[in-house]
Design a binder for this molecule. Structure first.
Ligand code: NAD
Length: 328
């Protein structure tokens, strides 16, 4: 199988490429990434000279580049996106470009080239849930420019399935954690600030409830879907590990042997959602996929990965971790 992975220098895309090449060494992967926020070339140095892997620096909104790549692949797995909610609040334009125009560019090409798209989406499209868990057909109700751009992409994909018979699957996943996540995101940020004995800034009194899944479990779900998923379907991917942000930060401080009060509450960010939650019964029952990684073990392994790979993050300007508000 020849896979075109977009955004493969980012957190989930790079873990996905490594997951596929480990489990399917005969597959060929082309990774197109424009090295925007979230990317890190170090993510894939271990395979950069492999015969079955090729990196192309390019933007998914570039129709010429994308046509050449789509023509030569069997499936496209679209991870490429601006992914940081705080950045979307500071400036939504890049989110509209990558997350909507980028998907539109791919969909237009798929009218001509009959390849299958796996569109990687997020639980954030369902917005704030007071209770219960979103199923595949729950109402889209996004709150931030980021989640709105992802919901817009979903609607576009759906319309191209219905109108043009484009072959596509939409996956939504809950909060991923694991190795290679950009340092601005909660878990790596907490680990790195704690390592430097700095206080961890926390929004919303740490009460924001999130459902955490190890990135390897997310990757195994996507792998299941590229093999057995049904065109036109949506699949929610979750591991049912609901913890609020404060609990997660305290768990990390405890794993690192740091004082449990090494945090400070920051001003709440606008449009902050209190809770996301999804039901993943559909993929579990119809695809026999199950998450395997225990949260406590996965979190400990993640902390150890960052502590054992300081060269991975030491190149970044750590000043971006000092403020709770991302500044443009
Ligand atoms: N991180 C999570 O918890 C999570 C949860 C659910 C869904 N998702 C979705 O998964 C995908 C990957 O998320 P991530 O956390 O790995 O993000 P990330 O920010 O770590 O990586 C995104 C990658 O996409 C690339 N990119 C962005 N716009 C591009 C463009 N126009 N052209 C080419 N490359 C571009 C960036 O350079 C980067 O390498 C996103 O679509 C995100 O919405 C993430």
């Amino acid at each position: 199988m020849k896979l075109l992975v977009t955004g493969g220098l980012g957190f989930i895309g790079s873990n996905f490429i490594l997951h596929i090449l480990k489990n399917y060494p005969n597959y060929k992967i082309v990774n197109v990434d424009d090295e925007l926020p979230g990317s890190n070339r170090l993510n894939l140095t271990e395979i950069e000279n492999s015969d079955n892997y090729r990196f192309v620096k390019g933007n998914i909104t570039d129709q010429v580049v994308m046509e050449k790549l789509i023509r030569d692949c069997d499936q496209i797995i679209n991870f490429a996106a601006e992914s940081h909610v705080d950045r979307s609040i500071a400036n939504a334009k890049p989110f509209i470009d990558s997350n909507i125009i980028g998907v539109f560019t791919i969909l237009e090409l798929l009218k001509k080239h009959k390849k299958r798209l796996i569109q990687i989406s997020t639980d954030e499209v369902f917005g704030n849930l007071k209770s219960g868990s979103a199923i595949e057909d729950s109402k889209l109700n996004p709150s931030s420019p980021y989640s709105s751009s992802k919901a817009s992409a979903e609607l576009l994909v759906n319309s191209y399935i219905i109108t043009y018979g484009v072959k596509a699957i939409i996956t939504r996943c809950t909060n991923n954690y694991g190795p290679r996540q950009f340092i601005e995101k909660l878990i790596p940020k907490t680990i790195i600030l704690a390592y430097h004995d700095k206080k961890i800034p926390i929004y919303n009194n740490g009460k924001g409830m999130r459902d955490w899944i190890h990135v390897d479990d997310h990757c195994s779900a996507i792998s299941t879907l590229i093999h057995d998923g049904i065109d036109g379907e949506k699949y929610n991917i979750a591991a049912q590990n609901e913890y609020d942000v404060l609990t997660v930060v305290k768990k990390i401080l405890s794993i690192m042997g740091k004082p449990s009060d090494n945090f400070e509450f920051a001003e709440n960010r606008p449009g902050h959602d209190d809770r996301y939650s999804m039901d993943s019964t559909k993929i579990q029952n119809t695809m026999q996929w199950k998450p395997k990684i225990d949260f406590e073990q996965g979190l400990t392994d993640t902390v150890n990965w960052y502590l054992n790979n300081k060269n991975w993050w030491s190149g970044f300007d750590l000043k971006i971790l000092d403020g709770y508000q991302w500044k443009s």
